[in-house]
Design a protein around this ligand. Sequence first.
Ligand code: AOS
Ligand code: ZN
Ligand code: ZN
Length: 388
Amino acid sequence: MPSFDQITDALAQQAIELPSWAFGNSGTRFRVFPQAGVPRDPFEKVADAAEVHRLTGLAPKVALHIPWDLVDDFAALRRHAEDHGVALGTINSNTFQDEAYKLGSLAHRDAAVRRKAIDHHLRCIEIMGETGSQDLKIWLADGTNYPGQDDMRARQDHLSESLTEIYAAIGEGQRLVLEYKIFEPAFYHTDVPDWGTSYAQVTALGDKAFVCLDTGHHAPSTNIEFIVMQLLRLGKLGSFDFNSRFYADDDLIVGAADPFQLFRILVEVIRGGGYGTGSGVAFMLDQCHNIEKKIPGQIRSVLNVQEMTARALLLDRKALDAAQRDGDVLTANGVFMDAFSTDVRPALAEWRESRGLPADPMAAYAASDYQSRIEADRVGGDQAGWGA
Ligand code: AOS
Ligand code: ZN
Ligand code: ZN
């Protein structure tokens, strides 16, 4: 197995994008639970995200959601982010809140509804120019609830036409990433339900279009790392939305429900060249902290990803390769499990300190006065929007 020292260069390249909506109030379909000190505007969301980065060195970007994070002056928001030591990241579009989108948006049968949804995306691309963002992330709530409700084939064609128009506006250095999700809010069919559909759609668009994989968007027992492997092999894995799930799209802290799955995913990411500076894969979180505090919830999340990345980097590839070549099933599995079972926490804590970071970022946040300050200062914090 490589030593910890041999993986620190790779570990130093880790960059995870935080979702602005993770810092706002959120809840379930039954209730939103307000918390003291939540941000009142996108500027405060960025400040909270920057606090996560300051303590962990892991989260240099903040993903925005339009219209939840609409501001008059995006250049000012960008400067504010830079002043706080972070950058603005992925722009997430939203075509799931307006009355007009009840029966769909980019896949809707009515051209006027599609127009409205396309125009929203064109506006998002303009904003990307102002924020310096690389990715436009599209997740669609489009689908139907009842067999026969609409023509699935026609909707797929409409979706393709709409995406083609949006893609035409994607500039140099920008990308479109299309997120799939098995179900919800539509319960019978979803227009982008799986990686195959997303792959077919983005491949038809061109080189600047990729698939976004949200770990909570699959059927139970789906082998997600296989999908990761395949998309990397095809050169079409654009980004991750990391989170944990026990049942469906639970959006819980990544690595909380199934750390072994996170490890297996990261092993394939590294194997497929999707890790590190210049890899082209954006690592985002897509989470909501409904009952726990937001900032420590995000700190714990990025630390979980770091911990499983370290374990995945420790995998003894040579020994694994040899065992695989020999058809030695149990040794190969043993090598794999050795990496997963390595407790990297003490080494990570020491390494953090050597880089001027707190050894234990959770404890450092708890010991700081950031939480009490925002609770005292921010009165009337707003809802994140819909915690998706
Ligand atoms: C919805 O279930 C998704 O996971 C999306 O990524 C969504 O666009 C995101 O939560 C922001 O709205
Ligand atoms: Zn997502
Ligand atoms: Zn989701």
